[in-house]
Design a binder for this molecule. Structure first.
Ligand code: HEC
Length: 125
């Protein structure tokens, strides 16, 4: 009887140890502002233009048009929305130059915002 209790105790300690380890593995730091991505309430002015400013227009604006591309401002960006080049480039689709040209895709949330905006007809809002 005594032996059985000891075995059980050891088993519980072992399991508790595993549980503790797992809990540590599962800990994921939460980004400042939370890990939320609002890709529903999307407008050109509040969502799309800032994304372009963040990742794109330093190379694609009036005064610097890498690849002959200027996407600063709604009218200029619309040209590449309508041709499919904007989505192709940022999704890194085959047949398009992957953008930004550094090689890393823009964050998934920003990609989703652009996809949502284009699916809604890419309004100038
Ligand atoms: C460091 C400069 C740089 C940045 C930042 C950059 N691009 Fe480009 N982009 C280029 C160059 C250079 C080309 C032309 C050469 C090529 O196609 O690779 C180009 C080409 C393009 C094209 C034409 C692609 C095609 O296949 O026809 C599009 C559209 C484009 N960029 C959009 C973007 C978007 C959107 C972003 C931001 C997510 C971005 N670029 C960020 C330098 C840049």
């Amino acid at each position: 009887m005594h032996l059985k209790i000891t075995t059980l105790t050891l088993l519980i300690i072992a399991l508790a140890g595993c549980y503790y380890d797992n809990e540590e593995d599962l800990f994921v730091p939460v980004a400042v502002g939370g890990n939320t991505c609002d890709s529903v309430a999307v407008t050109y002015t509040t969502s799309i233009a800032p994304i372009m400013t963040n990742y794109c227009t330093r190379c694609h604006r009036t005064g610097r048009t890498d690849g002959g591309v200027n996407i600063a401002g709604y009218a200029q960006l619309s040209v590449y929305v309508n041709s499919g080049q904007l989505l192709g480039a940022i999704r890194h689709d085959r047949g398009f130059s992957p953008m930004p040209s550094s090689g890393t895709r823009i964050p998934a949330c920003d990609l989703q915002k652009i996809t949502t905006w284009i699916a809604a007809g890419a309004p100038n809002n």
